[in-house]
Design a protein around this ligand. Structure first.
Ligand code: GDP
Length: 445
C-alpha cells in the first residue's frame, strides 16, 4: 500500500508548531517524503531529484497561509510544480491535421495499445471533428494485428486500407497515401509494427515509413504501467524517429502515472492523450492536474489544493477589505475588483463578498453591468496614469478627456465610472465605521 503523501507530510509537520514562513529545514524534511512518493509513483530517480530541487527553491521562505498546515502548503507547491512540468505549450488534444489527407504515424512497442489507440483516435476525429479517416496497418509480421485493425474499423465505422498479402510496410504506406488522396480522406493513420523490445530493424522500418509518409503527427504509444522503462522507450523512439507526442495507455490501471512525469522531463515531449480502458471511447485528452494528483497518490489532493487556494484568496480579500474600510480604495483596487468580477463571470460572486451590497447590486443591474461594460471600465482605468489611479480626485476636465480618448470612449462613461468608484469607496468606509464585530465580520465568513 502506498502511504498517502499528505499523511506522510502531516507526520513531518506535526512536530512543527510555529507558523510564519516555511524554513529551509521544514522544506527539506518534507521534500524527502515527496521524493519517496515520487519514486513510489515510478518517477525515475534523476527526474525526482531535479523536481525536488525545483520545488525546494520555490517553497523555501514562502509565507504559510493561515488555516492550512505547512504540510498542506508544501503539497500544494509540489502539485503546482507537477502541473507546471507536465503542461505542454499547446492544446494536447489538438492534432495537426490541416492539408488533407494528413498522415498520422503511430509508433510503439507491441502490446502497448497502439492498434487500440489508433482506432480510438480515429473514432474521436470522426465524431468530434467530423473527419473522414482511413486507417492502415503496417504490421506485416503479424497478420492478426492487421485483422484486428480491420475489425475495430468496422466496429467504429472507420475505413481501413484493404489488406494485400506480401506487401512491405513502405509499400503499404504509399498505398494508404494514394488511397487517402483519391478517396477524399482528411486523415490517414499508419499503425506501424511493434516489437516486444526496440531493435534496429523495427526502428529502420519505422524510419522508412516516416520518410515516405512525412507524418504531421508521430504519436508514440506507451504503456503507462511500464513505469521507468517507458522513459527509455520514449527516448529511443524520439531520437531515432522523432515523435510529436505521447499517448499513455492503461491509465485505468493501478499505475501511479510517474512515467508521465519522467517522460515529459526527460524527452520534453508533450503527453497528448491517456488511454483509460479497452473500449473505443476510453481515451481522454491529457490533463496535467489529474496525473499530478495521481502521482501524489492522494484522491483528495485536488480538493485540498482548491481549499488552500480559496483560503489564500479569502485572506487576500480580507487584507484588501481592511484597507478599504480605512478609506483606501483607489482605481487600482477598483480595477482588480472589476477583473475579479470578469473572472467570476459576473456581479454576483463579487457582491457576495461585499457586505450590504444587495442595494448597490440592484443599482448596477439597472445600469446594465455586463462583461462588455467591465471591459470598457477596465480600459478606462488602464488609460489613467499611475498617479491618477492612486488619486482619482485629481481628475479634472482635461485629464478626463485624455483618459476617455485613450480608451476610445466618451467622457460621460468615465464620469459614470468615477461615480461608481466614489460610491463604492464611501460605502466601504461606512462599513468600516460600523465596527469590526458587526457587518464586516459577518461578511468575511
Ligand atoms: P498493440 O500491440 O500495441 O497494437 O496493442 P493493442 O492495441 O493490441 O492492445 C493490447 C491490449 O491492451 C488489448 O487487449 C487492448 O484492449 C488493451 N488496451 C489498450 N489500451 C488500453 C487502455 O488504455 N486500458 C486498458 N485497460 N487496456 C488497454
Amino acid at each position: 500500500m502506498f502511504e498517502n503523501l499528505s499523511e506522510r507530510l502531516s507526520g513531518v509537520f506535526d512536530r512543527l508548531t510555529k507558523q510564519g514562513a516555511l524554513s529551509e529545514d521544514d522544506v527539506k524534511t518534507a521534500l524527502r517524503e515527496v521524493r519517496v512518493a515520487l519514486l513510489e509513483a515510478d518517477v525515475s530517480l534523476p527526474v525526482a531529484r531535479d523536481f525536488v530541487k525545483a520545488v525546494q527553491a520555490k517553497a523555501t521562505g514562502q509565507a504559510v497561509t493561515k488555516s492550512i498546515t505547512p504540510g498542506q502548503q508544501v503539497v500544494k507547491i509540489v502539485h503546482d510544480e507537477l502541473v507546471h512540468v507536465l503542461t505542454g505549450d499547446e492544446d494536447p488534444g489538438k492534432l495537426k491535421i490541416d492539408n488533407p489527407p494528413a498522415p498520422i504515424l503511430m509508433v510503439g512497442l507491441q502490446g502497448s495499445g497502439k492498434t487500440t489507440t489508433t482506432a480510438k483516435l480515429a473514432k474521436r476525429l470522426k465524431e468530434r471533428e467530423n473527419k473522414r479517416v482511413l486507417m492502415a496497418s503496417l504490421d506485416v509480421n503479424r497478420p492478426a494485428a492487421m485483422e484486428q485493425l480491420q475489425i475495430l474499423g468496422a466496429q467504429i465505422g472507420v475505413d481501413t486500407l484493404p489488406i494485400v498479402k506480401g506487401e512491405d510496410p513502405v509499400t503499404i504506406a504509399k498505398r494508404a497515401k494514394t488511397q487517402a488522396a483519391m478517396g477524399g480522406y482528411d486523415v490517414y493513420m499508419l499503425d506501424t509494427a511493434g516489437r516486444l523490445h526496440i531493435d534496429a530493424e523495427l526502428i529502420a522500418q519505422a524510419a522508412a515509413v516516416r520518410d515516405v509518409a512525412q507524418p504531421r503527427e508521430t504519436l508514440l504509444v506507451v504503456d503507462g504501467l511500464t513505469g521507468q522503462d517507458a522513459v527509455n522507450v520514449a527516448t529511443e523512439f524520439d531520437d531515432k524517429i522523432g515523435v510529436s507526442g505521447v499517448v499513455l495507455t492503461r491509465m485505468d490501471g493501478d499505475g501511479r502515472g510517474g512515467a508521465a512525469l519522467s517522460m515529459r522531463a526527460v524527452t520534453g515531449k508533450p503527453i497528448r492523450f491517456v488511454g483509460l480502458g479497452e473500449k473505443m471511447d476510453a481515451i481522454e485528452t491529457f490533463e496535467p492536474s489529474r496525473i499530478a494528483g495521481r502521482i501524489l497518490g492522494m484522491g483528495d489532493i485536488v480538493s485540498l489544493v482548491e481549499k488552500a487556494q480559496e483560503t489564500l484568496e479569502a485572506e487576500q480579500a480580507e487584507r484588501m477589505m481592511r484597507r478599504f474600510t480605512k478609506g483606501q480604495f483607489n482605481m487600482n483596487d477598483l480595477r482588480s475588483q472589476l477583473e475579479q468580477m470578469m473572472k467570476m463571470g459576473g456581479m454576483e460572486g463579487m457582491m457576495s463578498m461585499l457586505p450590504g451590497a444587495a442595494k448597490m447590486q440592484k443599482q448596477m443591474d439597472g445600469a446594465g453591468i455586463d462583461d462588455k461594460m467591465l471591459k470598457r471600465q477596465i480600459a478606462l482605468i488602464q488609460s489613467m496614469t499611475k498617479r491618477e489611479r492612486a488619486n482619482p480626485q485629481i481628475l479634472q476636465a482635461s485629464r478626463k478627456k485624455r483618459i476617455a480618448k485613450g480608451a476610445g470612449l466618451e467622457v460621460s462613461e468615465l464620469n459614470k465610472l468615477l461615480k461608481m468608484h466614489r460610491q463604492m469607496a464611501d460605502m466601504m468606509k461606512k462599513m468600516g465605521k460600523m465596527g469590526k464585530g458587526g457587518m464586516l465580520k459577518q461578511a468575511m465568513k
